[in-house]
Write a protein that binds this ligand. Structure first.
Ligand code: A2P
Length: 273
């Protein structure tokens, strides 16, 4: 049975979601989303800048689930943050998705103007068109500044995290404030060869699971929301087949020891997009 986490405002989030970053718009995204929802996923994570919100919406409609049964996240892009277009950009995302609300709306990066964007998100939240709001790629200092100026606690911070870049300290800091961490690039992305690690193969062999399934399970047992992406139906199914085994604390420690401290993606304190 799949696991869920209750966010700090009472919203329940399914712990494994399909990520669709770099999933090409059109049939590829439509099919990935439909396949996921038909195979038990109840959570899709997109963003305006992924340019596939309309296809996500189409995949959702093809799966035919009642609206209350699935969870959708999208995100406010940097250009719209800088242009103070938070509310308009949000409505455009809803329109592309073909939804009248999202479950979670995030500030995608701490771009200049994010403080005003957070005010926009609070208004959107108050209107009921986002059931929860949060941030992405915020470091501790961004969170501290936000909390000093906000009535609403972000529900999540979506950050890079994988066994290769655990981001363990930030996850602990978020947890101490009641903010759930969501992991992007949870399988280590396409850059390295995390999934080729013999450590993961050895652990997987004990349970009849692949390296990817072991890593997804590691995220789950850390209490993190995990957003694996794949465009292949078999992998999409495999990545959700992670609720019938438990890693031991020794397994967890061995996986965490793969940490190199090197990011796969951009540094939130130094990005240029
Ligand atoms: P593909 O879409 O071709 O399946 P991350 O989520 O960490 O950014 O990395 C996802 C990468 O890992 C994608 O390139 C994806 O490729 C690949 N991937 C996803 N699921 C699996 C899996 N179960 N086994 C092997 N590779 C996977």
């Amino acid at each position: 049975i799949q696991s869920t986490i209750t966010l700090n405002n009472g919203t329940v989030i399914p712990q494994v979601g399909l990520g669709v970053f770099q999933t090409p718009d059109g049939d590829t995204t439509v099919n990935a989303v439909q396949t996921a929802l038909e195979n038990g996923y109840r959570h899709i994570d997109t963003a305006m800048i992924y340019r596939n919100e309309a296809s996500v919406g189409e995949g959702i409609r093809r799966a035919g689930l009642p609206r209350g049964d699935f969870f959708v996240t999208t995100k406010l892009w940097n250009d719209d943050i800088r242009a103070h277009r938070g509310k308009d950009a949000f409505q455009e995302s809803l329109d592309r998705l073909g939804l009248d609300y999202v479950d979670l709306y995030l500030i995608h990066w701490p771009a200049d103007g994010w403080q005003q964007a957070w005010d926009d998100l609070q208004e959107i939240y108050a209107s009921g068109r986002a059931k929860a709001i949060g941030v992405s790629n915020f470091q501790k200092h961004h969170i501290d500044e936000l909390l000093a100026n906000s009535d609403v606690l972000p529900a999540v911070d979506q950050i890079e995290s994988s066994p290769q870049f655990t981001n363990h300290e930030l996850i602990g800091q978020l947890r101490s404030k009641g903010i759930v961490a969501e992991a992007w690039s949870p399988l280590g992305g396409t850059g390295g060869n995390l999934l080729g690690s013999p450590v993961l193969a050895e652990i997987g062999a004990k349970y009849g699971k692949s390296a990817a399934q072991v890593v997804i399970r590691w995220h789950i047992q850390r209490g993190v929301v995990v957003l694996p992406k794949s465009t292949h139906a078999e992998r999409i199914k495999q990545n959700f087949d992670v609720f019938d085994f438990n890693l031991t604390s020794e397994d967890m420690t061995a996986i965490t020891a793969l940490n190199t401290g090197k990011r796969n993606g951009a540094d939130p304190d130094n990005f240029d997009f």
